[in-house]
Design a protein. Structure first.
Lengths: 329, 288, 251
């Protein structure tokens, strides 16, 4: 990751942490610029005229021209891009909704809380369950439990997230009646209660990959020399597991989740549709069915920027938490 | 030693026999292979095997549970679920394979370029992959599939745009590590051109790993195709598709749960078959 | 001094599955005594140590013999960098062992840990809680590992090639430290090495191991001067071919 350390000239006398931080920030900024550009070109690279898509095949040339004007498609491409970027920088917006006229930013901000809550709950569940399963597998290496946990990813890899959601609804919603089958409940407790099944569904998609690499990671820790030192020194095994093994495995878990956060967000959007949750996912689908380009662009942009920021934060956190990255004093 | 795929046809007969034996001693490859053959057999022979036409409606026998007449029951229009299931396998698997060809080739090629040349080529390709990865996979798949028009064409365009990244990442890492090895350096000193080294020497060495990744990636692709179908922007009816079958059954989840469950199991079955094959191939090449 | 040995190993056999790794190894050790276990890599020396410690690697089992020990054992390992938790400040690691092994309060554990670091000649900066193994030199790490071993108040110190991973100059310092500590604290020692010269300077008794069993044992000096087994002779020959002429050899 830090391959380009040597490219910095030695005359730059920043200490290693500031140099690392600058590089990470620069790279993230570059990706954000590319993301903005990609979102801008999104409605221009796809085949067909967006105005025609919005208005239908048989609309009048006048209507199409006026729609071009609304979307700003009648300007030269450079001007369009500048306008797009200016609007984004000053208002944090991708334009007004074609349908309601409300700004895309407000529409998204309106729906964001429930989606964010779902993502946080799912991440929490994913980390907790993966750590637990990986620990069980690693401490029972080559026993039945380990084999069962290891087969698990092979089976779940091909499970569509919406299908898992449906089965969970069938089992826990319809049959056992433990959770509501859809929608979001009233108040804090109702909301949390109704989001448990969706959160489990989203977490379920993350657990196979997390468990697979965590198990390998933990085995490495469990078979490492320093664990023998600790055991030889007579530290109770409970303390070793909680304080040393868990801490050494938590770091890679965090990094893995950072890498997978993009998949987690994508899964959340689909799962919202299955459970009828009015979050960003359902906004995306309603905007798609109405061909509301500015809102679609806004969702894409905010999701992508969120991913970039989260990955950056995770990278920074793990760099900060891991003394090995700082080298000798 | 470095055994390349190009060498394979030149091997003497007895050696080829031993290759066959090593395949038999890789249980996951055998299991995955058998599952795949069974699946492909069903899909190819669908017109012969299926007891009914996939779109044949029978409004007198709708939402029937599994019976001797209808092995997996009937749906809300009285269509035979088993027949639809194997016809859907035909369309889903065909699209899965076709949609993977171009992304596989571009991904492997771009990855080799980035890994072999390094420097600015690598920086540019890495920046592009980082940008694509920033967009949640399903978000980008849904948007592009919708924007390029629902249906099969949308699926192909979507995966040409986003499917190559996985392969580029894997082959980039491999190529970068091979580049540092002596045999590449000796090829360079012989004055071979970069393109020639990439195609003749690098490609055979990164291909096995890329094929292993291809297997698991196909699972992801199939799941994405099915998800698009479920959301109504994938394979359009009347072409049978597992995703639309699950979506159609959702309304009857309380009374006829198998309508949604069964097509899902078909996807899971395919996923297991492909990942077992991938694991087996990885095992096989690691042992060589 | 009591006459009975503090460690007695008899007919020890270790195996991984059907493969025998150590067979019929036996020796005894008195208080304050040092024993060298010498042999090439794979001869079963390290496994014998792990067996005494009661921490055999996964898959290896004791299939025969007895180990009788009346005192605590502590161990020093081959690679000091890998022997410490990379995410835990070094002082804390020493402190933790003192706390659990000596049954004292957290505060007392901290004081004892700091004393141990001082005793091993480690710089004061390492007493801060933001010093991690990755920031230390190999020699410093090995001193921390020794401090951890001493925190157990061992009656026997088991050393598994503690200098192999270190620079030559650091090797001398570590060996001198171990010798000094043994004189001060009077613990017994089993020292595993493939280097006969080191073993002979540190230990009064030597056991030569080959392919899992002891081929020759006895008093260090007499064993070196009159080796009985051809394998011992070979080890001696391979350790001592120092060039007689000054400056002519480039290593």
């Amino acid at each position: 990751m830090m391959k380009s350390n040597t490219e910095i000239k030695p005359s730059v006398t920043l200490d290693s942490s500031r140099r690392w931080l600058t590089q990470a920030l620069l790279r993230a900024a570059l990706v954000v610029i590319c993301v903005v550009t990609a979102v801008f070109f999104l409605i221009r690279i796809v085949p067909g005229d967006p105005a025609k898509m919005i208005l239908g095949e048989y609309s009048t040339p006048e209507a199409i021209a006026s729609m071009h004007h609304t979307l700003g498609l009648d300007l030269p491409i450079g001007d369009q891009y500048l306008r797009f970027v200016r609007n984004l920088v000053t208002h944090g917006d991708t334009g007004a909704s074609i349908i309601s006229g409300t700004s895309a930013r407000e529409l998204i901000a309106d729906r964001a809380p429930v989606t964010l809550l779902l993502i946080v709950m799912a991440s929490f569940l994913a980390i907790l369950l993966s750590l637990l399963l990986a620990m069980l597998a690693a401490t029972n290496k080559d026993k039945l439990l380990d084999h069962l946990i290891r087969i698990f990813p092979t089976i779940t890899l091909g499970m569509p997230v919406f299908w898992v959601g449906l089965l969970l609804i069938l089992l826990f919603g319809v049959r056992l009646r433990w959770f509501p089958v859809g929608g979001v409940g009233e108040g804090w407790t109702g909301m949390l209660h109704s989001l448990i099944l969706p959160a489990i569904t989203v977490a379920f998609t993350q657990i196979p990959t997390l468990v697979r690499s965590l198990r390998a990671q933990m085995l490495e820790v469990l078979e490492s020399d320093f664990l023998v030192t600790l055991k030889a020194a007579g530290i109770p095994s409970r303390v070793i597991l909680l304080r040393h093994v868990l801490r050494n495995s938590a770091l890679p878990t965090l990094m893995l989740l950072g890498v997978n956060i993009s998949y987690l967000i994508g899964g959340t959007l689909v799962v919202e549709q299955v459970f009828g949750i009015k979050g960003i996912g359902s906004l995306l689908f309603s905007s798609i069915s109405k061909r509301d380009f500015p809102v679609i662009q806004g969702i894409a942009l905010y999701c992508a920027i969120a991913v970039v920021i989260i990955s950056l934060l995770v990278e920074m956190a793990s760099w900060w938490l891991d003394p090995r990255t700082k080298g000798k004093q | 030693m470095k055994s390349t795929l190009l060498d394979l046809p030149l091997q003497p007969d007895d050696q080829r026999k031993s290759t066959f034996q090593t395949i038999l001693s890789t249980p996951s490859l055998v299991a995955g292979g058998i599952m795949l053959v069974l699946l492909i057999g069903l899909a190819v022979l669908a017109p012969v095997i299926s007891p009914y036409q996939p779109s044949e409606q029978n409004l007198y026998a709708f939402l029937k549970p599994p019976s001797a007449e209808h092995w997996l029951g009937t749906d809300q229009l009285g269509r035979d679920v088993f027949s639809r299931l194997i016809y859907a396998a035909r369309s889903d698997l065909k699209i899965m394979v076709l949609a993977e060809i171009i992304p596989f080739c571009t991904g492997v090629f771009l990855g080799m370029l980035a890994g072999y040349y390094g420097k600015w080529v690598d920086s540019v390709i890495s920046l592009v992959t980082d940008t694509f990865i920033a967009f949640p996979f399903y978000l980008i798949v849904i948007i592009v599939a919708f924007a390029s028009g629902a249906g099969q064409r949308g699926i192909y365009i979507t995966f040409i745009l986003v499917g190559w990244i996985v392969f580029a990442r894997v082959t980039r890492g491999l190529s970068a590590s091979f580049r540092k090895q002596e045999w590449i350096a000796s090829a360079q000193t012989l004055g071979l051109s970069g393109v020639r080294i990439i195609l003749r020497h690098l490609l055979p060495n990164v291909l096995p790993q890329a094929v292993v990744v291809l297997m698991t990636d196909m699972v992801g692709l199939l799941v994405a195709i099915v998800t698009l179908g479920y959301l109504g922007i994938g394979i359009a009816p009347p072409t049978p598709d597992w995703g639309t079958m699950i979506a159609d059954g959702q309304s009857f989840i309380t009374t006829a749960w198998w309508l949604s469950a069964v097509p899902g199991f078909a996807v899971v079955y395919t996923g297991i078959a492909l990942s077992l094959t991938g694991d087996g191939l990885a095992d096989l090449w690691r042992r060589k | 001094m009591s006459a009975s040995p503090i460690l007695e190993v008899e007919e020890l056999s270790l195996a991984a599955g059907s493969k025998t790794l150590v067979s019929g190894v036996g020796f005894s050790l008195d208080r304050g005594e040092s024993l060298g276990l010498v042999g090439e890599s794979g001869s079963g020396k390290s496994l014998t140590l792990r067996a005494i410690l009661g921490l055999l690697p996964r898959g290896v089992e004791q299939v025969g013999g007895t180990i009788k020990s009346e005192v605590r054992a502590a161990m020093i390992f081959q690679d000091p960098r890998k022997s410490l938790d990379p995410l835990c400040p070094v002082v804390r690691q020493v402190e933790e062992v003192v706390y659990y092994r000596q049954q004292v309060s957290r505060k007392a554990a901290r004081t004892i840990a700091l004393e141990l670091l001082e005793m091993l000649g480690l710089p004061d900066s390492l007493k801060q809680t933001d010093r991690y193994p990755s920031q230390l030199s190999g020699g410093q790490c090995q001193r921390i590992v020794i401090a951890i071993a001493l925190a157990c108040k061992p009656g026997i110190l088991l050393c598994d090639e503690p200098t192999t991973a270190l620079d030559v100059t650091v090797q001398q310092q570590i060996l001198a430290t171990i010798t000094r500590l043994q004189q001060e604290l009077d613990f017994a020692m089993v020292f595993v090495t493939h280097n006969l010269a080191i073993a002979a300077t540190l230990c009064s008794k030597l056991c030569v191991m080959k392919q899992g069993s002891i081929v020759e044992h006895g008093d260090a000096l007499s064993l070196l001067q009159h080796p009985q087994h051809p394998y011992t002779q070979m080890l001696i020959d391979s350790v001592l071919p120092l060039p007689e002429l000054e400056g002519s050899a480039s290593v």
